[in-house]
Structure formats: structure tokens, C-alpha cells
Design a protein around this ligand. Structure first.
Ligand SMILES: Nc1nc2c(ncn2[C@@H]2O[C@H](COP(=O)(O)OP(=O)(O)OP(=O)(O)O)[C@@H](O)[C@H]2O)c(=O)[nH]1
Ligand SMILES: [Mg+2]
Length: 312
């Protein structure tokens, strides 16, 4: 294959190329972002054990055989309370409606309890073909999976059901084989070597937010937002990155900094380490914590995150 052919997205000689958008939707914490990273084969979307980690749609691009599969990782769907919650849930449903195929991801251990049921109900209104993906099978007994499969398939019609573990990779190859065949024929949307559409500055902010989610607890992760303010490539081959962590109150700023700056130091070290691996260059990371009481009601912050600002 020559470089020219790559640009037009020619796959294996002779066979027509396929391409399409696959939306990953599901309750929060089902493992959507973990699966996206697994299928793309790189860290594209951040992951944490906490709920509501993903805030806006992240696209991750994978190639399988002749197919270019554009996965859309979406924020988990849950009962929204704050304005940000509403924007996140709206963005998730928007992602579903823009897709060629919808992949509903369910945490097999949780089953259909809670938000999953409401999502099944909402999916009835969505015309796109759907598949069911039961995740975290490393945590449950096979007989429970069968029960879950029939309960979900009774609620709505799925073309197929897959049972996988996004962390071990079990079942993921079958899923990719199916998607590669199922997407419509057509040219690829992105150059062959592109794995995400997230600008580096934004990915860098997301990496820091992930470390913050992993390190800080209670309301703080939800009260905070990270933006990259400066990105300076230096002559010595390193990069200087400045980021601001916005919180809502002075008391939260204290927690984010930690005793003697210990929390922010740990967050910064973890983020810098991962960023220099991704960028393959030394990173100097500077984090500043700022109190901005109403960032959760500021349209500019929503724009920065790639979210629509919900009025009212
Ligand atoms: N045991 C097990 N844990 C998993 C699996 N997939 C994901 N997890 C864990 O589930 C948690 C949530 O994963 P995420 O990928 O952040 O979930 P998400 O659906 O993107 O969550 P939101 O972005 O908050 O909606 C993390 O702690 C993952 O490590 C799996 O197959 N098995
Ligand atoms: Mg996520």
C-alpha cells in the first residue's frame, strides 16, 4: 500500500473499504471509556472508578481489516441534577443519534438496575441499529449473563449480544470482527494513522482531570474542571504546559492543594509522567488552582469542553 492510497483510505487490496460511527452509550461507570481505549489500542479517553468521569464526546478511531471504525465515547447517562449533568446527558443522546450503529454497554454486575432501565426505554425512540455489549464479565457467573441477555433483549431489539471484558480484552476481537463487517461500504473518514480527534491541549487537560479524579474524593472531582492555558515547545525538545484547575470554593482549593501542596504535587507528577509518555518528550507541567464560583454556569467553560450550554 502506498501513502497516496492511505489518504483515500484504501484497505486491503481488492476489497471495498468500510467506515462508520459507532456510539458507545450506557450508564455511568459501565466501562465505556475503558472499552474505547482497548478497541483503539491507545489511551484516548480518561477512566476512573468514579461515576461521571467522561464529560463530552471523545472520538477514538480504529482500523479493523478494511474498515475504519470511529467510536464515539459518550458521557454516562444518569439522572441529571446540575447544568453540567444536563449538558453531558444531552451530548450522550446526541452522540447516539449521530451514529451508524449504537453499542449499549452494560456493567454485567450491576445489570439493568438504576439508569440502565431508563436508557433502554430511551433507546426505543432511537432508530439506529443497536447491539448489546455486556461488560465486566470477569466479575459475574455465566448463568447471570444469560438472564441479563434475555431481560435486555425483551425490552428492545438488539441485532446481537456480546459478552466482553474491557479490562482483560476477552470477547473484544469478536466484537471488532462484527463491527468491521457490519459498517457500510464507503471511504475512510480520517487518515490511517489518526486515533483521536481530541486536540492535544484538551487531551492533556483530560489526563490531569483523570489524576484529580483518582486522587481527590467526595464532591471535589465534580466541582472541578481543567483547562490547558499554555503550550510551549522548547528548543531542547521539551514542552512547557500550564494548566488551570478551576474549583468552586476556597475550601475546595485548599483540598486540591493538600497539606503543604502534597495533593497537587501528586496529581502533577502523575499527569506529567503520563503526558511525557504520550508525547514522547520531556514535559514541564505547571498546575494552578483557581476559585471560580460559577464555572458550572459559565457558557465559555462548556464550549471549551465541547458541550452545548443548556439554557435555563
Ligand atoms: N472488572 C472490570 N472492571 C472494568 C471493566 N471495564 C471497566 N472497568 C472499570 O470500571 C470503572 C469505570 O470505567 P470507565 O471506563 O471510566 O467507565 P465509563 O463508562 O466510561 O464511565 P463514565 O465516563 O463515568 O460514564 C473503572 O474503574 C474501570 O477500570 C471490566 O471489563 N472488568
Ligand atoms: Mg467514560
Amino acid at each position: 500500500m502506498t501513502d497516496n492510497e492511505n489518504m483515500t483510505g484504501a484497505g486491503t487490496e481488492g476489497a471495498a473499504t468500510r467506515s462508520g460511527f459507532v456510539a458507545l452509550i450506557g450508564p455511568t461507570n459501565a466501562g465505556k471509556s475503558t472499552l474505547l481505549n482497548r478497541l483503539v489500542g491507545a489511551k484516548v479517553s480518561i477512566v476512573s472508578h468514579k461515576v461521571q468521569t467522561t464529560r463530552a464526546i471523545v472520538r477514538g478511531i480504529a482500523i479493523h481489516g478494511n474498515a475504519q471504525i470511529v467510536f464515539m465515547d459518550t458521557p454516562g447517562i444518569f439522572k441529571p441534577r446540575r447544568r453540567l449533568d444536563r449538558a453531558m446527558v444531552t451530548s450522550a443522546w446526541g452522540g447516539a443519534k449521530d451514529a451508524d450503529l449504537i453499542m449499549l454497554l452494560i456493567d454485567s454486575e450491576r445489570g439493568l438496575r438504576g439508569d440502565a432501565e431508563a436508557i433502554l426505554e430511551g433507546l426505543k425512540e432511537v432508530r439506529q441499529p443497536k447491539i448489546l455489549v455486556l461488560n465486566k464479565i470477569d466479575r459475574v457467573k455465566p448463568e447471570d449473563l444469560l438472564k441479563l441477555t434475555s431481560a435486555a433483549n425483551e425490552a428492545i431489539e438488539f441485532e446481537r449480544t456480546f459478552m466482553i471484558s474491557a479490562t482483560t480484552g476477552s470477547g473484544c476481537e469478536d466484537l471488532m470482527d462484527f463491527l468491521g463487517e457490519r459498517l457500510p461500504e464507503g471511504p475512510w473518514y480520517y487518515p490511517e494513522d489518526q486515533i483521536s480527534d481530541l486536540p492535544m491541549r484538551q487531551l492533556a487537560a483530560e489526563i490531569t482531570r483523570e489524576k484529580l479524579f483518582l486522587r481527590l474524593h467526595q464532591e471535589l472531582p465534580y466541582a472541578s474542571h481543567v483547562e490547558t492555558e499554555k503550550w510551549e515547545e522548547r528548543k531542547d525538545g521539551s514542552v512547557r504546559i500550564e494548566q488551570v484547575i478551576y474549583v468552586e470554593r476556597e475550601s475546595q482549593k485548599k483540598i486540591a492543594l493538600g497539606k503543604g501542596g502534597e495533593a497537587i504535587k501528586a496529581i502533577s507528577t502523575a499527569a506529567r509522567k503520563e503526558l511525557s509518555e504520550i508525547l514522547e518528550q520531556p514535559v514541564h507541567l505547571f498546575l494552578f488552582v483557581k476559585v471560580r464560583e460559577n464555572w458550572g454556569d459559565d457558557p465559555a467553560r462548556f464550549r471549551e469542553m465541547g458541550l452545548e450550554f443548556p439554557k435555563g
